[in-house]
Design a protein around this ligand. Structure first.
Ligand code: SF4
Length: 419
């Protein structure tokens, strides 16, 4: 088994038919279809009532067992390979450094976000535990087995961080607490710190504070959309989903107060119709309140309401990756950058030689997220091939080599300075 997915289809469609950015007018989700009554709310799994045994690997040809958090959680294919509960290889990576645990229920996530493989509309044809998410399968594993393995490995564990990913479900707040307690009962959160990928829609300030008190290290909010308008179209009323920009910012501000500087952040998906100026202004806003941004390159997730749309062109993505890195880690401000009439970065606000050195280091183009044990600007959460195929990498899950840097320079149209 490999964590590499073959993406069928036409690369011209994937990368925007020659455009160098994804405009708002193109990035419109299709409407969700009604779900037949007999498929709603995990009815298929609940009516079958098959008890799970051990690790469950997504498989649309057998009956999905009835698995529920906190006893069961799902994890990415990369995490399952690294933990040793699945066999497989990853292109140019030996492991992932983040053990990402996703809450699981037969009813699945009750939200309907347009770009997401876990969205509610998918219950029409695929049970929750069998759905693809950020391009890979997510096996379900007993929580007790996970804790046993990581506690046994101790200081030899390959993981630099654990992350609990909440979903929109009535049990999600309470079960996040249970999963966190199960972890900290056996594993020192100072040796493998814990991040929370929150679900603001169901949360209050007290919920945020409780997670901090129980030992969580970093709290993140998946804004995903860079503007309130795109948020509403892709995560709110536009797709019959319960989320609101206002509520997400309310919880983000609580996280700022409770977790403090550099201990909170927001996920942003780039290329859903925002301009580069808009997304980098959001990055600046987050830095100004003490947070970080974790970026994802939009990819048309199979089965999602945006699976007919083009992936973010690489030149747009590279400009935003570089701009975000300069704002987050090099003290550059968005006001010092220059943008053209379409909001594209024309000038990054740094002398050419300094910009050249940052590009040459390559860190700006690695996957962004919560830090691990290597450096503050190197994410533990490396999400191998979560936002692109390995043939055209968007977020590099490893240190780039000279050929990777040369490719990025071509995408950015920034040739190397002669010394
Ligand atoms: S809330 Fe999260 S998991 Fe649920 S559909 Fe939206 S993006 Fe996907």
């Amino acid at each position: 088994m490999s964590c590499l997915k073959q993406d069928a289809g036409n690369p011209t469609l994937f990368y925007g038919e020659g455009r160098d950015f994804n405009p708002a007018a193109v990035m419109r989700p299709r409407k969700p279809s009604p779900t037949p009554k007999e498929r709603r709310n995990g009815a298929d799994v609940k009516n079958s009532a098959i008890l799970p045994t051990g690790v469950y690997r997504p498989n649309n040809n057998i009956q999905t067992p009835d698995m529920r958090s906190p006893d069961y959680v799902q994890m990415s294919t990369a995490a399952a390979i690294t933990l040793g509960v699945m066999q497989g290889n990853m292109h140019r990576c030996s492991c992932t450094r983040c053990l990402n645990l996703l809450l699981t229920y037969p009813e699945g996530c009750r939200a309907n976000c347009a770009y997401c493989g876990l969205a509610r509309h998918r219950e029409a044809d695929r049970n929750y535990a069998d759905r693809n998410f950020i391009r890979v399968d997510w096996p379900a594993v007993p929580m007790a087995q996970i804790v046993d393995i990581v506690a046994r490995d101790g200081a030899d564990s390959p993981f630099h961080r654990m992350c609990i990913s909440m979903i929109t479900h009535p049990r999600s707040d309470a079960d996040t607490v249970s999963v966190l307690k199960a972890w900290t009962h056996r594993i020192d959160p100072n040796s493998i710190p814990v991040s929370i990928l929150s679900n603001p829609t169901t949360m209050s300030r007290d919920d945020v504070a409780a997670l901090k008190d129980l030992g969580a290290d970093i709290f993140t909010v998946a804004l995903d959309a860079a503007t309130p308008e795109i948020f509403d179209v892709t995560r709110g009323k536009g797709v019959d989903s319960p989320h609101s920009w206002r509520k997400y910012w309310e919880i983000l501000n609580h996280a700022r107060d409770i977790f403090g500087p550099n201990k909170f952040g927001a996920h942003i998906v780039v290329g859903m119709g925002e301009t580069e100026h808009e997304v980098l202004s959001l990055v600046q806003r987050l830095v100004d309140i003490g947070g970080h941004s974790h970026m994802f390159c939009f990819f048309p997730e199979r089965g999602s309401l945006m699976d007919h749309l083009p992936a973010t062109p690489r030149d747009q993505w590279r400009r935003v990756q570089l701009g975000r890195y300069l704002i987050d880690y090099r003290g550059v401000r968005v006001e010092n950058m220059q943008f053209d009439d379409a909001g594209r970065v024309k000038d990054f606000g740094l002398p050419k030689s300094e910009l050249d050195a940052v590009i040459e280091e390559g860190v700006a183009f690695r996957t962004s997220g919560c830090p691990g044990k290597f450096a503050e600007d190197v994410s533990a959460c490396d999400r191998p091939y979560g936002d692109s195929p390995p043939s055209n990498i968007a977020s590099y899950p490893f240190q780039l080599n000279k050929r990777d840097i040369a490719k990025i320079r071509r995408q950015l149209e920034v040739p190397r300075e002669c010394s």
